[in-house]
Design a protein around this ligand. Sequence first.
Ligand code: TRP
Length: 370
Amino acid sequence: MKKEFKVTPWDVSGEVDYDKLIREFGVSKIDEGLLEKINKIAKDNNFMLRRRVFFAHRDLDFALKEHEKKNLFLYTGCGPSGPIHLGHAFVWEFTRWLQEKLDLELWFQFTDDEKFLFKDKSYEEIQKWLYENMLDVIAIGFNPKKTHFLVDTKHASLIYPEAIKIAKKLTFSAVKSSFGFNESNNVGEIFYTSMQAVPAFLPSVIHKKKMACLIPHAIDQDPHFRLTRDILPKLGYYKPASIQCSFLPPLTGVSGKMSSSKEMSIFLTDSPEEVKKKINKYAFSGGQPTIDEHRKKGGNPDIDVSFQYLRMFFEPDDKKLKKIYEDYKSGKMLTSELKEILIEKVNAFLKEHQKRRELAKKQVDKFLYK
Ligand code: TRP
């Protein structure tokens, strides 16, 4: 029997059945033809696409056609409520790749309003995370000339006039059924999707021309953009296209997603010792209980979190990944050795990231949209 799972923008739990999610959400799989088209335009072959870490989309073909006409921009975002972890970072790494290879403007929304409304945290605490999170986003390496930060409460005079145009066409009943809200949700939560919809057409307003939008995001955000897609044509804009990824699992096992409110995540500010300790102690292993048994029966990379992190984020080389897969499965490679590979890769990534994060402190102003 398949276990229950749940995917909403605010809660992901259980072992996600992605095929079922594709049917339920009504998104499309990224097929070989579409993959070839992206690779051709990008003049590159991205491993996250090839391995279908990014596996679903809406109207990606349309977005690529608009790109040929130089009429496409990117939009993604971050809700600042805690430290940034690897689950955010791989989505943004992919977004950076898209920005660079397709030479696109990126609009990056920080939804401090959302996190204040939905979480039991003070406005001041959210503002602290807003600043901290901006440093991590900058450190990912987006092009400062082509990246524009929008902060919902700081850019209110720009965003609010557009948000009310969405809100006027968004019924309480549509929001209720999309998110499972009821009478006790606060009114800010009910309004919120109107804010997240705005960057999908704000560049059209600013540039005074009808532009196409492509949103890279984890599939849990799809309900917001499903509603957005219903409304934008009514306001004279294109429906936003999207390219959607699966979730990086938490250290403790391949169900649910990594989260900033849970202990078992690797944060971008963790020290090498912390990373080592977390992975050794918590990374769910597909190995056998004893070395003897492991040598005999081999491990299961498909449920092994360390292997999954390598597949989704840290080992872009298919040949190397295949060798690790086979060695682990055959029992030649032990869990401790697999973990060692991951620890080294994560720490190498974080070392560079943390250097850039220091430099980012002087760059925030450059990224804020003016
Ligand atoms: N709601 C997202 C979160 O909770 C933040 C967000 C805003 C976002 N706009 C987006 C994420 C666009 C992806 C794409 O983190």
